[in-house]
Design a binder for this molecule. Structure first.
Ligand code: IVH
Length: 672
């Protein structure tokens, strides 16, 4: 039976559309259509292929999952070896690398391509005439394992090259990862099923990829980032590494958004600092950054020593895990009364600092990980997060250790400790009568992102509460210099500064004020939403649970916490006192009245703006009711252009979309 041309054409069209949206979703994290629309297309394709099985091809998006389990992985010899990188552990070693490169190339300043060092596992993907035919692990660098069926289930990996000029043969090298969020979710599921949790996203990714049954791999969310090429026949015409990454991106491979071309040693070290600061916020784990000489002919000239290239180096972040001994387990009381077990440790250097305490989160965690006093433990400190105890080394446990028991009375105020059924956390029930909770509430109130009272730190708050000078945030505004300067380590000068800072904090915004109140489950974002929606504190206090749930992103649990907070007379009194003391905020106009010129409009950002970061610009646009999308089409309303814009700028000009610079954007937002 011959298939009508129109059906073959429709199948082709659906495959192309699905691959394009796959790329938007899995590689760019920027879906252009709803899940329902995507599913509809996918089902239509499945249905057509079901009726015309002769038209099914290996590169169809319907064919990612479904291969049978293997008995073992076949071996794959890499046509070009998968080498490793030399490491640099400090700035001196980076400087030495840069010096060697400059000398070898006889250049004063070298251009580098800098990118994150993904903490996953290396794979090589072979495309023959544009179709993925094999995927292999690194193995020993020369021979790896054939994990093609598993890699086909990774949605971020294209089954087919999208570019116009397809090389005869192309090996794309990159890293398979599990995103932090997907790792957390996988571990939740593992625990629910009573199975072992994975130690970190890299182990989870490795464990998922090395499954003989591809259906298991398919059930784990893996992703992929490309960073280079292996063997090629009919190479893409590029002369710089950065262009190669652009070429890969055009062929719908995910490449790091954080990649950057930098110049000289200064450029390298700046990049390291910027990525180091961003590290925690990245959706995936990285263990450093990689610098590569950008000019490809120069790379060739530099060549290799032993098993690593001379043209590249990995600048590693300080180790984030170390082992040490638990000296004691103590219990701390937090702002909401939560009792947190904390391990006192033999001091250990980890993640760039000396750590003496590490959180054990809650009682269940201590028991699940079975951490005991005297244990040798692995401590982890990633970026700015609080150090935590990851696990105990069972083989090093001394005899006669005892398991941890949560106290039944608050260690600070002696009140009853309760654990709600659906919560993992035990709490002191005394509320603000417990000095520990009072101190934490005050510290939160004064913190930088809340009322921003500089100088009101832990030591001072401890003394103020212990000497019963203050008990609520409102008492802060009654403080005089005399009351402060009598305290330990408080000279008159610092007392004056603190009083001035308290005075200054009176002028604030409603969002900060709400956040400062420390309502359970109300973080900064929710505080902003509340301020925007209601415009005034009285309106929020009067809202019932139903009304509160009309606010974007507020569900029943958060609404309940808010309503409960304002139902407490004590809290209303504190608020009244704060307002009476002169705390004031400009009334924020409700969302509907923001500049009508931005509401409902779509924006695309490209290039580096002089003052605003990309996130700033995005936030401002969204706060005014606009949305920021990833690609320019005829329907885009504005393209905001900064320095070194990408192809989006050309596209905007081509399509006649209005182009704005930063000041143009700001004027539009202001409604000028
Ligand atoms: S380039 C010639 N770039 O690090 C070697 N590698 O120690 C070219 N890695 O096994 C490697 N992120 O899997 C390169 N942006 C990146 C990387 C990266 C992670 C891994 C790679 C390799 C290991 C080398």
């Amino acid at each position: 039976m011959t298939v009508p041309k129109s059906i073959a054409k429709r199948i082709k069209q659906l495959r192309e559309e699905i691959e394009r949206h796959n790329y938007q979703y899995y590689a760019l994290d920027n879906p252009l259509i709803s899940d329902a629309d995507y599913d509809r297309m996918f089902h239509e394709l499945q249905e057509l292929e079901g009726r015309h099985p002769e038209l099914v091809t290996a590169d169809s998006p319907t064919q990612r999952v479904g291969a049978e389990p293997l008995a073992e992985f076949a071996e794959v010899a890499h046509r070009t070896p998968m080498l490793s990188l030399n490491n640099a552990f400090d700035e001196k070693e980076v400087a030495a690398f840069d010096r060697r490169v400059r000398e070898a190339l006889a250049l004063e300043r070298v251009e580098y391509a800098a990118e994150p060092k993904f903490d996953g596992l290396a794979v090589s993907l072979a495309y023959e005439r544009g179709v993925l035919i094999r995927g292999a692990t690194r193995g020993d660098g020369y021979t790896g394992e054939d994990v093609t069926a598993n890699l086909r289930t990774v949605r971020a990996i294209p089954l087919k090259l999208a570019g116009r000029h397809v090389p005869e043969m192309l090996e794309v090298r990159g890293e398979v990862l599990m995103l932090k969020a997907d790792f957390e979710q996988l571990n939740r599921i593992q625990r629910e099923k009573g199975e072992k949790a994975f130690v970190n996203p890299r182990n989870a990714a490795a464990g998922s990829l090395r499954q003989l049954d591809p259906r298991i791999t398919a059930s784990r969310r893996l992703t992929f980032f490309a960073y280079g090429l292996g063997a090629v026949d009919g190479a893409p015409r590029v002369s710089r590494h950065s262009e190669l990454l652009d070429y890969l991106a055009q062929n719908r491979f995910p490449v790091a958004r954080e990649r950057k071309v930098v110049k000289g040693l200064e450029g390298l070290l700046d990049y390291y600092r910027v990525i180091g600061a961003k590290r925690m916020g990245l959706p995936y784990d990285i263990d450093g950054v990689v610098y590569k000489v950008n000019d490809l002919p120069a790379q060739g000239k530099l060549g290799f020593v032993a098993r690593a290239p001379r043209f590249a180096v990995a600048h590693k972040f300080p180790a984030e895990e170390a082992t040490t001994r638990v000296e004691a387990i103590e219990v701390q009381v937090g702002r909401t009364g939560a009792l947190t077990p904390v391990a006192r440790l033999d001091p250990v250097f980890v993640g760039g600092v000396t750590v003496t305490n590490a959180t054990l989160h809650n009682e269940d965690e201590v028991h699940r990980k079975d951490i005991r006093v005297g244990d040798t433990v692995v401590v982890r400190r990633a970026g700015d997060v609080i150090p935590e105890v990851v696990r105990a080394l069972a083989e090093k446990r001394p005899a006669h250790t005892r398991t941890f028991i949560m106290p039944t009375k608050c260690p600070v105020c002696g009140s009853t400790v309760k654990k709600l059924e659906d919560e993992a956390v035990a709490r002191c029930t005394a509320g603000l009568y417990c000095p520990a909770q009072r101190k934490q509430a005050l510290l939160h109130f004064a913190s930088r992102r809340a009322m921003d009272i500089e100088g009101l730190g832990e030591k001072l708050v401890d003394q103020l509460v212990e000497n019963q000078i203050i008990s609520t945030p409102a008492d802060l505004y009654k403080l005089g210099i005399a009351a402060l300067s009598g305290l330990e380590r408080m000279a008159e000068k610092s007392a004056t500064n603190v009083i001035a800072a308290i005075e200054k904090s009176k002028r604030t915004t409603l969002a900060r004020f709400i956040y400062a109140l420390g309502i359970r489950n109300v973080g900064e974002a929710t505080a902003r939403d509340l301020a925007q929606h209601f415009g005034g504190i009285d309106e929020i206090a009067e809202a019932d649970v139903e009304v509160l749930q009309q606010v974007t992103d507020i569900g029943p649990v958060v609404a309940q916490s808010i309503a409960q907070f304002f139902a407490e007379r004590h809290n209303l009194e504190v608020i009244a006192q704060l307002l009476a003391a002169g705390v004031s905020f400009e009334r924020v106009a409700p969302a509907v009245s923001v500049s009508g010129r931005v509401r409902g409009k779509t924006f695309v950002l490209t290039g580096t703006l002089p003052n605003l970061t990309r996130d700033d610009a995005k936030q401002k646009i969204e706060a005014s009711g606009g949305s920021v999308i990833g690609s320019v089409s005829k329907k885009t309303d504005y393209v905001v252009v900064g320095a070194d814009p990408g192809s989006k700028y050309d596209r905007a000009v081509e399509l006649g979309v209005t182009v704005l610079d930063e000041s143009g954007l700001l004027a539009l937002l202001k409604g000028v």
